[in-house]
Design a protein around this ligand. Structure first.
Ligand SMILES: [Zn+2]
Length: 265
């Protein structure tokens, strides 16, 4: 197994806690099959294909709410995530899938970056249309756009904590800051490390970007072209090492926590 295959597999595993048994019924929808549950949305950057064949009841929501929001954000993210020589995929598929889970836990959605596809779990989406449905899709869409897992990718030049932290940064810091999905970090500033992945790293990335605007664009580019080196990137980009930035981040978090406590009293 090549490194990038292994990393791709790791991403798959990282994005959900239980490996589901997937039934991709929609794959049966052959070419030329006129299917009103499968439709395309053109954008200025990529063609988006939504397939609700496995959940016709989600068709209306997908057409009226989901697709317009994704359309807006795929354009925004193409700009946010731009780097030299990178082009967004010509086509991105959003496929609702029926999943038979061994346990009730499992990822609501996952990305297949090499296939430019985001899979959406039908049962979970039905329950979360007004909750996390869109946000979790934005996280997975970010993985598709990252395109990090190409030949030469390894755990040093594209660590999982950074790719997952970046996807959560896009989601919680840029897409839905009002949800305050990373603010739990403020409650125990000393507990967390910058490379704890997911929301913790997303919070750290948001802090660094606020202090050194443009850092996230450089980070995404470095992860994508595999030039990232945790020991050098931060110093070169911000003048501070990761550990120095982490100390600043913790101090700022403590201050923010103290201020909100004082305000509450
Ligand atoms: Zn992920």
């Amino acid at each position: 197994m090549k490194n990038y295959d292994r990393n791709w597999l790791m991403l798959m595993m990282a994005c959900f806690f239980v490996l589901p048994t997937i039934s991709l019924h929609a794959a049966e929808n052959g070419k030329g099959n006129s299917n009103s549950n499968k439709f395309e949305v053109a954008t200025s950057v990529s063609k988006l294909v939504f397939d609700t064949s496995n959940a016709p009841d989600l068709n209306k929501w997908t057409k009226e709410k989901f697709a317009p929001a994704i359309k807006e954000w795929v354009v925004k993210l193409t700009d946010v995530m731009a780097s030299d020589g990178w082009k967004p995929p010509k086509k991105i598929n959003f496929q609702f899938v029926v999943v038979k889970l061994k346990s009730a836990d499992g990822a609501p959605a996952w990305a297949l970056p090499s296939e430019n596809q985001v899979c959406l779990r039908v049962d979970w989406f039905r329950e979360n249309l007004d909750g996390e449905a869109l946000g979790s899709t934005i996280h997975e869409l970010t993985h598709v756009l990252q395109n990090y897992w190409t030949e030469g990718c390894d755990e040093k030049n594209c660590p999982e904590w950074a790719s997952e932290g970046y996807a959560d940064y896009i989601r919680w810091v840029l897409f839905e800051p009002e949800s305050k999905g990373c603010d739990f970090v403020l409650r125990e500033p000393e507990k967390y490390h910058y490379n704890d992945s997911y929301r913790v790293t997303a919070h750290f990335f948001g802090f660094v970007e606020s202090r050194f605007p443009g850092t996230m664009k450089k980070l995404n580019a470095a992860l994508r072209d595999h030039s990232f080196d945790d020991g050098k990137f931060w110093k070169k980009t911000t003048g501070k090492t990761a550990k120095e930035l982490e100390a600043d981040w913790r101090a700022a978090n403590k201050e923010a926590a103290a201020k909100s406590k004082a305000k509450a009293e």
